[in-house]
Structures are given as C-alpha cells and as structure tokens.
Design a protein around this ligand. Structure first.
Ligand SMILES: *Cc1c(COP(=O)(O)O)cnc(C)c1O
Ligand SMILES: [Zn+2]
Length: 461
C-alpha cells in the first residue's frame, strides 16, 4: 500500500508517484515539478485550528518551539524523531501604521509578516527545515543550491548547525548582496561563484545534482515548500484563525507563493477554513516573467494543462534579445522561475493577481516600512509597493484585511539602504541609476557637520 504521504508529479496527464523516502528533484518520468501529497484521513489531521493554541504555549518541546513544526499535523511527512529543527519561524504579524497609510488601508486591518527574524534572516529557514528533514530521511550527505543569497545562507547555516551535510553553494558573479555572501562564507559552505547570473547558476546546479546525486536544496524541492506553508499557518494564528482578504508576497523563484496556495488549498480541503484569501504576487519590473506571462499572454494553470508553448516562446525571446534580470531587489531578480507552474496553480486556487513594482517603488516602500521600526531588504519592499498599486487600482478595497510578507532582513543588503538614504552622494546616485532609480522620496539623509558644538546643536534642531 502507498504511504499516507507520498510525492506526485504535478502534471495530471503524468501523475507519476514516488515514495516519501525516495529522492528526485523532478519527476523521473516527465521532468515536471513534484508535490508532497497526503492521504489525510490516515494522518490524524487537526479538527480545528484552535487546537494549535495549546502547542504554542508549550515551548519545552523543540518541535513546538519551531514556528514550522508546531504545525506538524499539517506537514505530516516525517516521523517526529526524524525532524531537523533549529528553532526556525519565530515570527509573527506586526502592525505598520506608516505602511498602512502608504498602502491606503485601515491600520487595524493591515499586517506585516516579518520573516527577517528567522535565524538566518529570511523566510528561507521555514523551507530549509523541511528539506533538511527529508535529506536526513533519504540519507543525503551533500547538499547544493543556486542562490541569490538567502537560500545559500539558510542552507549553510542548517548544514553547519546540524552537522548533517556538507553544503555547496552556487551564486552568480557580483549578483549577491553583501550580508548574504558573508553568511555563506562564515557558515563554512563551499562557495562557487559562476560567471553568470542566478538563472545560469540554477541551470548548472541542476546538472551537477543530476550527475552526482547531491541533494538539491532549491525550492524545486517540494519539501522546502512544505515548510514554507507554515508562514501562512502563523499568519492565520496571528489573526486568531480569521482568514484575511489578501496575502501580498514578492515573487522570485515563486516557491513562497506556490507553498502559500498549497497551504490554503489543504486547509480548505480539511474544512479548517471556509474561504481562501486572494494572493497577490509582486514581481520586480526588472524580472517580470510571471507578470508578462499571466497578464500579457494569458498563461494560466488550466487544471494542470499549462500551455508549454507560451512559456517556451517567451524564454526563447528572452534569449534572442539577451534579456537578463535587472533589479536592486536581488532576491527576486529571477527570469526563469522554477516554480512557475505551481505559482499558476496558486493564482487559480486563490483568485490571485500578479503585478510588477519598479525599483524606485520598491525602495520607497522599504523606507516606509523602516519608519514602522521594521527593517527589510529590498525584495521585501515589493509586497508593500505592490499592495499600494493594487489599492490604487481599486483591486484591494480600503477596508480589506491585508497581510504583506516581509521576506528578509534589512541587514542582508546594507548597500541598498545606504544608497537610498544618501542619494545626493555621487556614488549612491550612480549605484541606483543603474536600476532606474532617480529619486528617493522617503530618504533620511545623514547630516554632516563640523566637529563643533554650536554646529551640532543647530543640526539636531
Ligand atoms: C527567496 C526570496 C524571495 C523570493 O521568494 P520565492 O519563493 O523565490 O519567490 C523574496 N525575498 C527574499 C528576501 C528572498 O530571500
Ligand atoms: Zn511527471
């Protein structure tokens, strides 16, 4: 008999299945993405979301302390004694008065889910705990990922922190924010800088893993997405199990948006929620693949029968015109998102929408979030910038409940922040102009004064 949890190809015309203790990062038959699928009645699912309130109160058990495994009944692919946790997911909803005003919604119905507080400083830890658990279940000894920086930071931290695996990181040359590179190096990962961009690194790491059997930790890995479902569980927990109207999330490789859609589909299937929030995925204008395919070319999930011709034609055009991702929000500077089809599924499940935000809009939004005392990296600002655009369009209503996901910590990319806030300096201006950023409307410039008490007193006003 099949396991109560197993893996299955997302293409309904293929439907190939693998056991939970098997490893393949793509369908062995057709090469499509894999899902983790549950036969729920055999898995003791919770009867009500309030059941989790008790677990939250019991932090002596490390599995309850984890903001992911507290919800293990909804991520039931591993026996408890095989779960790898490092206390990830200690994050929660926060208010943001300035950000709510900026978006144009009621402050009491506006929330920021600040994933920068994870142990490696981004939401990636939610997924890494899932993938490491699975890696242990299949006896992996080496792991690899391509990364714009946060996946590698998280993987390296888990690899060293657990001693389970050796970590090998592939990054594009010159494309990684300072803080993220610092992490991979400090955590002792073998770090390989490829002369190319993220999309190149992503292609090469798949070849490497196919050739060597090294365990792939990118979000192609369906166990990453299982862990990332917990971000949505915590959002609901923070809202006392009330479903919001909107979840707004930046879209890069589209793992998060894919995981969120799956989380809500499963909660709905289990009768734990009675409606599904709409998910807005925000691309950077300099890496707009999902937006272009969905909004301009009509690409849709279509019950799993996605029109591959449309995707291939788009990628061919990009190659012909030598188009590469270009955005200061480096974490979403991805033009060939590996989870594209799962993100289309999320849009179908949730009545979702896709928008793009320019780097200027992204950095402005990031600065506004800063005024609320929360530091996020540029990619995270995309969610707030996107919510504002959707509010201006009237797609988000002024009294909607809106949750913006802040995916990573401000200190990941100090350069971007400093450039924005000191744009009158020639070097900052030049750095930002490369990304088409011409003004910094919410800058807080440092004030330079002589070493003189009268001048200092004048400056502090
Ligand atoms: C990885 C990452 C993203 C993109 O998330 P996807 O799941 O790849 O769409 C956005 N922001 C930050 C900070 C990230 O690290
Ligand atoms: Zn298949």
């Amino acid at each position: 008999m099949q396991d109560a949890a197993f893996q299955r190809c997302i293409d309904p015309t293929c439907g190939y299945t693998l056991g939970i203790r098997e490893y393949a990062f793509a369908c062995p038959k057709c090469g499509e993405l894999l899902d983790v699928v549950y036969d729920w009645p055999r898995l003791n699912p919770p009867r009500s979301l309030e059941d989790f309130d008790d677990l939250r109160a019991d932090f002596r058990n490390p599995l309850n302390f984890s903001g992911v495994w507290r919800f293990r009944q909804l991520i039931p692919f591993a026996p408890e004694n095989e779960i790898i946790t490092r206390g990830e997911g200690q994050t929660q909803l926060r208010p943001g008065r300035h950000a709510a005003d900026y978006v144009g919604v009621m402050p009491e119905r506006f929330h920021l889910q600040y994933e920068g507080l994870n142990l490696s400083g981004s939401f990636k830890d939610n997924g890494m705990t899932g993938a490491f658990t699975h890696a242990r279940m299949v006896g992996a000894t080496r792991s690899a990922c391509a990364s714009t920086g946060n996946t590698s930071a998280s993987m390296a931290a888990f690899a060293s922190g657990t001693g389970l695996l050796e970590a090998i990181v592939f990054i594009g040359l010159g494309k990684i924010a300072l803080g993220k590179l610092a992490q991979a190096l400090d955590y002792g990962a073998r770090t390989i800088q490829i002369e190319g961009d993220f999309d190149d690194a992503m292609a090469r790491v798949q070849e490497v893993c196919r050739e060597t059997g090294i365990y792939l930790m990118n979000s192609l890995n369906p166990f990453r997405l299982e862990g990332q479902k917990a971000i949505m569980f915590r959002v609901l927990e923070g809202l006392r199990w009330q479903v919001p109207d909107w979840i707004v999330v930046p879209g890069g490789n589209l793992g998060n948006s894919s995981a969120f859609g799956k989380a809500f589909a499963e909660l709905h299937e289990l009768g734990l929620i009675d409606r599904i929030p709409r998910i807005a995925i925000i691309n950077a204008a300099g890496a707009p693949t999902l937006s272009n395919l969905v909004n301009d070319r009509g690409l849709a999930w279509n019950d799993g029968h996605v029109d591959n011709g449309t995707i291939e034609a788009y990628y061919d055009e990009m190659d012909r015109e030598n188009i590469h991702a270009c955005t200061i929000a480096s974490a979403i500077g991805i033009n060939r998102p590996v989870n594209l089809k799962k993100a289309l599924r999320t849009l179908a499940i949730t009545g979702g929408v896709v928008r793009t935000a320019t780097d200027e809009q992204i950095l402005d939004a990031k600065a506004i979030v800063g005024r609320d005392g929360i530091g996020c990296e540029p990619a995270s600002g995309a969610s707030v910038a996107g919510a504002r655009l959707l509010r201006q369009e009237g797609v988000i209503a002024p009294d909607d409940t809106v949750v913006c996901i802040l995916t990573g910590h401000q200190l990941k990319d100090p350069n971007a922040t400093i450039w924005y806030h000191s744009m009158s300096a020639e070097a900052s201006k030049a750095a930002l102009e490369k990304y088409g950023v011409c003004s910094a409307g919410h800058a807080n410039e440092p004030i330079r004064v002589a070493n003189d008490i009268d001048e200092i007193l004048r400056a502090i006003g």
